[in-house]
Design a protein around this ligand. Structure first.
Ligand SMILES: Nc1ncnc2c1ncn2[C@@H]1O[C@H](COP(=O)(O)OP(=O)(O)O)[C@@H](O)[C@H]1O
Ligand SMILES: CC(=O)OP(=O)(O)O
Ligand SMILES: [Mg+2]
Length: 395
């Protein structure tokens, strides 16, 4: 008897989903709903025997979820067999970190925390509500992006701001994409053939959102995202690190409200803000065609990653491996090349031929005699979520 689990990963303008059999870990269906809230939404539903595409305007996540349920009714597998639903949940603050059953109190807390993850918590909550309606009789489980980083030491999670203010408002670094950093770092240890606890490593999760983590002997000790998923690396539409003085300056000199500044930094900055394109494929094409803004944006993006790798090598006192993952990390040969090209003095000697190979398997892109192994490992947040949901419902 299969035990299918539905996994939902709701983003600001998309929902990714999978149905995974908890025992065999076979993917029974997967899908993606894109352009939610924009014109011309697209829903792609995949099973082993076919692929179905629907085009409709999904003006919000609730409607998108209804369209997903309709796809399951029409093309299967039947949602009646689903035994539990797992929800990727971005910000649970300092109270919610462990994978847990969702009740009204959990949803209320997520609502209260929405200002800390404005692109992620509201769609996550809509996903939970919609799925509870469609599947009212099964357990719904939250998996937090922050969980993997609950081990950060005080010197990593503390901001050097007034301690009383920080305490009053629970201002600290939380870290995000933890499900991916967790999955990929275990895969990296497996690839090296070493126990997880004996590997010191760096994971670069480069998707539309991007973050990097430092893991010492199997314990996460630093990460680039902070109180919110805005800090750190340059992203599709987010600035990552900036001089915090810019915020007050914009408020005073440009007369921008706090909401306008928040929108500017979260949605109109990063690659989109620098060169008008948030998808790294488009940025690369523009750069190759000689577009100056794209070339500068590319340089800012890669330099930031290389800088963080150097910083984390210093913090960790050396590393066994550095791994690239997520949409950009897995697919962009040119980003990896430009990040790694100056890092040989730090022990990362990359191999151009290996870097250019395309594969869905974990693979090295460093030379055999590189002191640090550099890997590309596809992430699988949904599989990691399925494992965690199973652990919660089996008890
Ligand atoms: N072949 C590729 N080359 C460069 N970037 C790519 C390629 N394929 C996908 N990407 C990038 O991956 C990003 C999406 O990554 P993903 O991990 O799915 O992000 P998210 O989960 O945040 O939506 C896209 O914005 C795109 O820039
Ligand atoms: C937390 C975060 O940034 O997630 P995503 O990359 O899915 O936007
Ligand atoms: Mg993602």
């Amino acid at each position: 008897m299969p035990t299918p689990i539905l996994l939902l990963n709701a983003g600001s303008s998309s929902i990714k989903y999978q149905v995974i059999d908890a025992d065999s870990e076979e993917v029974l269906a997967s899908g993606l709903i894109e352009r939610i809230g924009l014109d011309e939404g697209v829903l792609t539903h995949k099973r082993a025997d076919g692929e179905w595409i629907a085009h409709e305007d999904y003006s919000n996540h609730t409607l998108a979820l209804q369209a997903m349920v309709a796809m399951f009714h029409e093309h299967g597998p039947s949602l009646d067999d689903v035994v539990a639903v797992g929800h990727r949940t971005v910000h649970g603050g300092d109270k919610l970190t462990e994978t847990m059953l969702i009740d009204d109190a959990v949803v209320n807390t997520l609502e209260v925390l929405s200002p800390l993850a404005p692109l992620h918590n509201p769609p996550g909550i809509a996903g939970i509500r919609g799925a509870q309606k469609a599947l009212p009789d099964v357990p719904h489980v939250a998996i937090f992006d922050t969980a993997f980083f609950s081990s950060l030491p005080p010197e990593a999670y503390t901001y050097a701001i007034n301690a009383e203010v920080a305490e009053q408002y629970a201002i600290r670094r939380y870290g995000f994409h933890g499900t991916s950093h967790n999955y990929v770092s275990h895969k990296a240890a497996e690839y090296l053939g070493k126990p997880y606890e004996e590997v010191t490593q760096i994971v670069c999760h480069l998707g539309n959102g991007a973050s990097i983590s430092a893991i010492k002997n199997g314990v996460a000790v630093d990460t680039s995202m902070g109180l919110t998923p805005l800090e750190g690396l340059v992203m599709g539409t987010r600035s990552g690190d900036i001089d915090p003085g810019i915020i007050a300056y914009l408020h005073r000199e440009a007369g921008l409200s706090t909401d306008a500044i928040d929108t500017l930094l979260n949605k109109k900055s990063g690659m989109a803000g620098l060169c008008g394109k948030s998808d790294m494929r488009d940025v690369e094409a523009a750069m190759v065609a000689g577009d100056e803004a794209a070339t500068t944006a590319w340089g800012v993006y890669c330099r930031r990653i290389a800088g963080y790798i150097g910083r984390y090598i210093a913090i960790l006192g050396g590393v066994d491996c550095v791994t690239f993952t997520a949409g950009v990390g897995e697919n962009s040969v040119a980003v990896r090349r430009d990040v790694l090209s100056g890092l040989a003095p730090l022990g990362l000697v990359y191999d151009a031929e290996r870097n250019a190979l395309r594969s869905r398997e974990p693979r090295p892109i460093s030379t055999d005699d590189s002191p640090v192994t550099v890997l590309v490992i596809p992430t699988n947040e949904e599989l990691q979520m399925a494992r965690e949901v199973k652990a919660v419902i089996v008890g």
